[in-house]
Structures are given as C-alpha cells and as structure tokens.
Design a protein around this ligand. Sequence first.
Ligand code: IMP
Ligand code: MG
Length: 186
Amino acid sequence: MRDIWADIDNILIDEATLQARVKALAAQIESDYADQDDLLLICVLKGAYIFLSDISRSLKRPHSIDFMGISSYGKGTTSMGAVQIIMDLKAPIENRNVLIIEDIIDSGQTLNYMRRNLMARSPASLRICTLLNKPARREIDVEVDYIGFDIPDEFVVGYGLDFDEIYRNLPFIAILKPAVFAHLFA
Ligand code: IMP
Ligand code: MG
C-alpha cells in the first residue's frame, strides 16, 4: 500500500491553523447572516466536503446544506478550461440565501461558472466562501466574500483536496514531492 505521508514535501498550513481559521470564518458568517432566518450552504464536490463539514459543525445557527458536483480538472494539475455539472442540487434555490462552499479558487473558471448558473435560479442572495485562494493564477475576476487563506502558486493537497483522487484525508494542506508528479511528464 502507498504511504501517502512519504509523498509530502512540506506542510503549507498545519491542522491547528486550519481549524482556527475555519472557526473564525464560521463566526464571521454567523454574524453576517444574523438577521436572516434562512441560510443554505452549497458544497462544491468533491474537494470541499471536509471544509463544508467543519464549517457546518462550527455554525450554531440553523442552516441547510446541498451538494453540487463540478468537474473542471482531468488527471493532471492544470485546469482543462471546460466546467461541467456532474451532479446537480437536489432542490430549487429560488429566494434562498445561498453560500457556496469551495475548496480553492485557482483560475476562477469553476466559481465563475457556478455563480452564473446559480444566479439564473433566482436566489435571494448568493455569496462565495473559499478555503484557499491562489491569486497569481486568476484568469477570471470572481468576487469572493470569504477567503480562508491566500496561498502561492503551488499545487496543494489535503483537507479535501486531491491529486489523482488521493491525499484528500490528510488533516492539513501540503505540497507533494516533485517525484509524485513525475509520471505526468514522462
Ligand atoms: P479553477 O476553476 O481553476 O478556479 O479551479 C478550481 C478547482 O480546481 C478546485 O475546485 C479544485 O478542485 C481544483 N484545484 C485547483 N488548484 C488545486 C490544487 O492546488 N490542488 C488540488 N485541486 C486544485
Ligand atoms: Mg474542486
């Protein structure tokens, strides 16, 4: 069996720092929506599943959750450009206060597509919360309301984020050893 810990080059954001920031984001969300009865968190699958779960458990206020499966990446580490809905929401969002929960904003293609797609469904409000932001890679300007961390232009894994569908269960954000990607360029 592969030892995924042996593939880690260095830890960019450790577990305690991540957890403290998630709690601070949840407190900010709680305060911003304090006068609203309704709040719907939309988790962008797959990468945001752990972030959604921690944000949801940190919120003391009532809220509902739904999931949307989005695909924009192939097997490699760079965007394929085309964004696709592979699993749609279960329920309409008309007149709901919607907060998109995303793992990372890179080129901005995914969130730009999602924002336009969800706005067409007439929510009462639509905001975006991303755990990670790579400002250096932005191709499309997307307004993001909550950002956990700005990070450098490095491919990262852990806390929900994958490379080739593994490493999602690491409890921190890490950079992989270059040798892990070697087969992509072979
Ligand atoms: P964008 O559409 O280019 O903004 O890319 C957003 C999506 O690409 C995210 O939801 C991730 O699934 C994926 N992605 C971008 N950068 C990384 C990374 O460093 N590690 C893992 N996935 C990433
Ligand atoms: Mg993703």
